[in-house]
Write a protein that binds this ligand. Structure first.
Ligand SMILES: Cc1cc2nc3c(=O)[nH]c(=O)nc-3n(C[C@H](O)[C@H](O)[C@H](O)COP(=O)(O)OP(=O)(O)OC[C@H]3O[C@@H](n4cnc5c(N)ncnc54)[C@H](O)[C@@H]3O)c2cc1C
Length: 556
């Protein structure tokens, strides 16, 4: 029986981050994951980031996580979401080549010398003294001091497509045992949760000329802080936008009794903020038009993902409603949509480190904690993985303050409430969203990252970022424009900065309501020969603009 310091069960997004960060501390790490799903594979929409989630990816990145790097390595279309709204709620989203993402994740992990990856199903776990004994289907028994469970939707999973029901955690994959069988020592939430996915369509059968093209945005910033601003690592391609109509929703409404979520076949609760197309049909009776984003699953893939059409309706109904959508009249379905029901842990039994309070050394992260989404899973995996390692080493735990990060918001929400529906992150979950933005992530995460004492290239980069930030913050307070100076007054007119009626600092100029703070500061630095990282410029400019509101929130 081989012994490990930390073992992780499940190589999804939670397991990948947990494995990566735990192994960075030089400990002996084991990742046990099922042979029939790839590492960090994306069973649903092939995209990373989005509103609230883009912030999580950047937080992870600045803490030393993997998701941002993998998204950059595999991103085939980048967008800035909420671009017309304020900087605080803008987020980056990258469409990914899902196979490439998984291949990249495997490659990165396979280079870690203190990590063993075993492709096998775990059948049971027991605690013996201060270790966990892990029984697998074919590879024997392993022992580990710390154990992180990240089994996603697989525990006691059941898939539904219309009347068809099969045991499984995801299409084409074996289900896992029930949570109570895997770990008799933990409390399972009495309610099961559910999620769903749309059918996948054959790209050759789609008429893209009838849809609105959405090209990759060269202005969108890469996720990894140390990557050049918007140099893409792979070829960029477009996504397309179409919409449902009264025929689409009519077909769905006529088939209500055949829908597993309405005829009682599915008892699990679905994610309120990621509704299925049948949820939309009945929740918004007066509305027939819903966006459908037609997204490629990869550069060479023949499969596209109609985002917005998640469904568990019978196959014939799926075929009819999909073909009623403009551009999809001849669409061939490669894989039908389905819903999955699964067991989840009662997260009110977890501490802020995701350690199960009554079973020291046992951690949970990801969808098994009742969340939905890759980024949420990855954020939790990082918290569990780093804390298992810090605890093993006898160091202070990593607890992110909810005032300083979305990951902190999520962790506190999860452990302080009894979950009654799948949890997703969005900006409104934070009381402090003017401060927890994408641009200032390096600054927000630096104190937490320092706690690890790892001294990698990332740590040097972050310390340099802070130095540049302090310097630029000082410059904007010290640089004055004088009302008595003809040169300054003319300069204001020429640049469209408005009147110069009193002496003002560059910081006060940035705060003027009708000016874009980033454009002003970028111009005022680069034209004066000052070289700053563009993220530093953004952090200083946007932070200055919102300073008053942020201070008010802080006092509240
Ligand atoms: C059908 C479906 C639809 C979804 N829809 C959406 C959506 O619309 N939007 C969204 O953001 N998210 C969606 N998700 C959720 C998203 O996929 C998850 O939130 C995310 O992948 C969870 O990551 P995870 O690491 O917790 O679990 P997973 O990615 O599920 O990974 C779990 C891993 O554990 C392994 N495993 C499980 N049991 C065992 C065992 N006993 N032994 C060994 N290995 C095991 C599995 O093989 C897998 O590799 C959907 C998921 C599914 C399955």
């Amino acid at each position: 029986m081989e012994n490990f310091d930390i073992a992780i069960i499940g190589g999804g997004h939670a397991g990948t981050e947990a494995t990566w960060i735990a192994s960075q501390f030089g400990l002996k790490v084991l990742l046990l994951t099922s042979p029939d799903s790839g590492i960090a594979s994306a069973p649903c929409n092939p995209a990373i980031g989005g509103v609230g989630k883009g912030q999580v990816v950047r937080e992870l990145d600045a803490l030393g996580g993997l998701m941002g790097r993998l998204a950059d390595m595999s991103g085939i279309q980048f967008r800035i979401l909420n671009e017309s709204k304020g900087y605080a709620v803008q987020s980056t989203r990258a469409q990914i080549d899902k196979d490439l993402y998984s291949i990249n994740a495997e490659e990165v992990l396979s280079k870690v010398t203190n990590l063993n990856i075993v492709r096998d199903m775990v059948l049971g776990i027991e605690k013996e003294n201060d270790s966990f004994v892990i029984k697998t289907k074919k590879s024997g028994v392993f022992q580990s001091k710390k154990l992180i469970v990240t089994t996603g939707t697989f525990l006691n999973g059941k898939l539904h497509t219309g009347e068809e029901q099969v045991a499984g955690g995801r299409v084409g994959c074996e289900k896992s045992v029930a949570l109570s069988e895997l770990l008799s020592m933990v409390k399972v939430l009495p309610k099961r949760f559910k999620t769903g996915t749309p059918p996948r369509l054959n790209i050759a059968t789609i008429d893209f000329t009838k849809m609105e093209e959405q090209a990759s945005d060269p202005a969108a910033r890469n996720f990894h802080l140390m990557n050049t601003y918007s140099n893409r690592e792979v070829r960029q391609i477009s996504c397309y936008l179409t919409k449902t109509n009264s025929d689409t929703l009519g077909v769905i409404r006529q088939n209500k009794e055949r829908s597993p979520i309405f005829n009682g076949q599915i008892a699990g609760v679905g994610p309120r903020y990621c509704p299925s197309i049948e949820d939309k049909a009945f929740r918004y009776q007066e509305k027939d038009v819903h966006h459908v984003f037609v997204e490629p699953e990869g550069l060479e893939s023949n499969s596209v993902y109609p985002n917005g059409c998640s469904t568990s309706l019978p196959k014939d109904v799926q075929e009819t409603f999909i073909r009623s959508i403009e551009g999809l009249e001849n669409a061939e379905i490669l894989v039908h949509g389905y819903a999955v029901e699964y067991d989840v842990v009662d997260t009110s039994e977890l501490s802020l480190t995701f350690e199960y309070k009554n079973v020291p050394g046992l951690y949970f992260a990801g969808q098994v904690n009742g969340t939905s989404g890759y980024e949420e899973a990855a954020g939790q995996g990082f918290i569990a993985g780093s804390n298992a390692a810090l605890s093993f080493l006898g160091k202070e735990p990593l607890v992110l303050d909810r005032r300083e990060s979305y990951i902190g918001v999520m962790v506190e929400d999860l452990v302080s409430n009894l979950r009654d529906e799948p949890y997703r992150l969005f900006t409104a979950r934070s009381e402090n969203r003017l401060y927890i933005r994408e641009d200032n992530t390096a600054l927000r995460m630096l104190p937490y990252r320092r706690q690890f004492g790892l001294n990698s290239d990332l740590d040097l980069f972050l310390e340099d970022f802070l130095e540049q930030y302090d310097l630029l913050s000082q410059i904007i307070e010290e640089r004055y424009f004088y009302k008595t100076s003809d040169e300054d007054r003319n300069y204001f007119i020429e640049r469209g900065y408005g009147p110069l009626e009193s002496n003002i600092t560059l910081k006060e100029l940035i705060k003027r309501p009708d000016l874009d703070p980033v454009k002003v500061l970028e111009f005022e630095t680069t034209t004066k020969g000052l070289r700053f990282n563009f993220d530093v410029i953004r952090t200083v400019a946007i932070g200055s603009k919102y300073e008053g509101y942020i201070n008010l929130k802080e006092r509240e």
